[in-house]
Design a protein around this ligand. Structure first.
Ligand code: 5GP
Ligand code: ZN
Length: 137
């Protein structure tokens, strides 16, 4: 897509610090890292988000994910890592070409701050929710 920032990074018209590339994916360091080694993995096929991603694109993207994660791990020896993908503005997406964040964790105080606020669901409600999703698969 001609007006997509990450398509321009893939074709080289916008510079990036590449860490990995194959026929299907491109990985580069985030310009505003939240931790040392924060890396983005993107498909070369433009799709806005996970909802629009064809299965073969997903297969090729995730095939590269362990390689990228293990390279970051070998380079910086983090004690953990989050892989995160934001879909839609409400979920925090700001660049509308699918990307998977690799965010190494070094200690509790720096980097990504996650705040999971759990809700109470009964067993019946959990079944109802699962059935609603299953109806569309
Ligand atoms: P999102 O908020 O959409 O999940 O993440 C977009 C990410 O892209 C952000 O972490 C942001 O720092 C990164 N980003 C935005 N523009 C550029 C750029 O031009 N180059 C690189 N390397 N990263 C970018
Ligand atoms: Zn794109």
């Amino acid at each position: 897509m001609s007006d997509c920032l990450f398509c321009k990074i893939i074709d080289g018209s916008i510079p990036s610090t590449k860490v990995y590339e194959d026929d299907h994916v491109y990985a580069f360091t985030d310009i505003s890292p939240v931790a040392k080694g924060h890396t983005l993995l993107i498909p070369k096929h433009h799709c806005k988000d996970l909802f629009e991603m064809p299965e073969d694109v997903a297969r090729n993207l995730y095939a590269a994910a362990p390689k990228v994660a293990n390279a970051i791990k070998a380079a910086f020896n983090p004690i953990g890592m989050n892989t995160i993908n934001n879909n839609g503005e409400a979920a925090g997406q700001t660049v509308f070409h699918y990307h998977l964040h690799f965010i190494p964790r070094y200690d509790e105080k720096e980097g990504l701050a996650l705040n999971w606020q759990t809700q109470n669901y009964t067993a019946e409600q959990l079944v109802e929710v699962a059935e609603s999703i299953k109806a569309h698969l």
